[in-house]
Design a binder for this molecule. Structure first.
Ligand code: NAP
Ligand code: GDD
Length: 325
């Protein structure tokens, strides 16, 4: 019989890649979506008819319990969260409710409905924050620098705690930044690829950015969702860092994206002080040796390939929009 997976956050970047990946593995895929006046199903539109979507919300404990009883999943991937770091300073309490307490609500539902369900928690390299040690691995101490990072530390430890308290097969994937053409436009990689395309095609003049010196370990979302699945296929649950092991600055990202379309980025980029964060995470670079060793996981797409993939997708999309206008 086909395995049954439940994905929270299925309408997000990772949810879409993971759903497609699991369908490809023969899974019956269910998604939890929250009610909105306008549906946001663009990322899953291509295979929407192969999914079963259910309304529930991370804020509503009973809705989650009811959902688990109805779906009876073998595996849960808890990807839903308020995931944009700057918003976490504007809405710190809501971020904690979704991104921290939401994890406990999911785990409580697992404990009550069926403790044999395997559970994946979407943890983040933002938890390392201002740490000195580089590269960061599973034993590096956390020093989060935003309400989002603090909430993710809570989500990480409550996942570890339910594993140790109740024997639940719960894994925390500590994923470094991963991007794709499906990335939200407010995140820096997509903001840059979209701007490079729009400026190239003459429909935008300037790109306003914040801290160009920040460095991230950027990988491809399509590679990273495979690691989520691999974690839940092991004999024992554990926590894994997922990263490429290479870091680049925002400046290098802009240079690569604009270089790809043959533009000199320095003519178009302006620094907007409003985009500088109250507390910054200056650099992140992960060491995924454990995932390589125990899961056999390796990233496939390089930084240059990722930038090219994103700029090409935005060029094609903006061209279509211009032609239709
Ligand atoms: P994303 O594109 O922002 O997607 C977030 C998803 O969460 C959306 O489907 C959103 O639904 C859903 N959601 C938010 N609040 C909810 C609520 N109260 N109830 C139900 N659903 C809710 O994020 P992503 O990039 O795919 O990331 C997936 C997860 O991995 C997140 O937890 C993120 O924090 C974590 N993470 C991401 C990265 C990365 O680089 N991408 C790295 C490490 C960890 P709507 O469509 O309704 O808004
Ligand atoms: N978003 C954004 N917009 N970031 C900018 C800009 C800008 O205009 N200019 C510079 N940056 C810098 C930010 O200050 C940050 O240092 C870096 O670019 C990356 O920002 P984001 O792309 O917004 O991602 P993030 O690293 O804060 O968070 C993402 O990765 C985390 C994993 O480390 C998100 O996906 C989180 O959900 C995820 O946990």
């Amino acid at each position: 019989m086909a395995k049954r997976a439940l994905i929270t956050g299925i309408t997000g970047q990772d949810g879409a890649y993971l759903a497609e990946f699991l369908l490809g593995r023969g899974y019956e895929v269910h998604g939890m979506v929250r009610r909105a006046s306008t549906e946001s199903f663009e990322r899953i539109a291509g295979f929407r008819d192969r999914l079963t979507l259910h309304q529930a919300d991370l804020l509503d404990q009973l809705s989650i319990i009811t959902l688990l009883k109805e779906v009876e999943p073998d595996e849960i991937y808890n990807l839903a969260a308020q995931s944009f770091v700057p918003t976490s300073w504007l809405q710190p309490l809501l971020t904690s409710e979704f991104t921290a307490l939401g994890v406990t609500r999911m785990l409580e539902a697992v404990r009550l409905v069926n403790p044999a369900i395997r559970f994946y928690q979407a943890s983040s390299s933002e938890m390392f924050g201002a740490v000195d040690q580089e590269p960061q691995n599973e034993t590096t101490p956390f020093y989060p620098r935003s309400p989002y990072g603090v909430a993710k530390v809570y989500g990480h430890w409550i996942t570890v705690n339910y594993r140790e308290s109740y024997g639940i097969f719960a894994c925390s994937g500590i994923l470094f930044n991963h991007e794709s053409p499906l990335r939200g436009k407010e995140f820096v990689t997509r903001k840059v690829s979209d701007a490079a395309a729009r400026i190239k095609l003459g429909v935008q003049n300037k790109l306003r950015l914040g801290n160009l010196d920040a460095a991230r370990d950027w990988g491809f979302a399509g590679d990273y969702v495979k690691a989520m699945w691999l974690m839940l296929q092991q004999d024992r649950p554990s926590d894994y860092v997922i990263a490429t092991g290479r870091k680049h600055t925002v400046r290098e990202l802009v240079e690569a994206a604009f270089g790809y379309v043959g533009l000199d980025w320095q003519k178009y980029v302006e620094i907007d002080p409003a985009l500088i964060r109250p507390a910054e995470v200056n650099k992140l670079r992960g060491d995924a040796a454990r995932a390589r060793r125990e899961l056999g996981w390796e990233p496939v797409v390089s930084f240059d390939e990722l930038v090219r993939m994103m700029v090409e997708a935005d060029l094609a999309r903006v061209k279509r929009e211009v032609e239709q206008a």
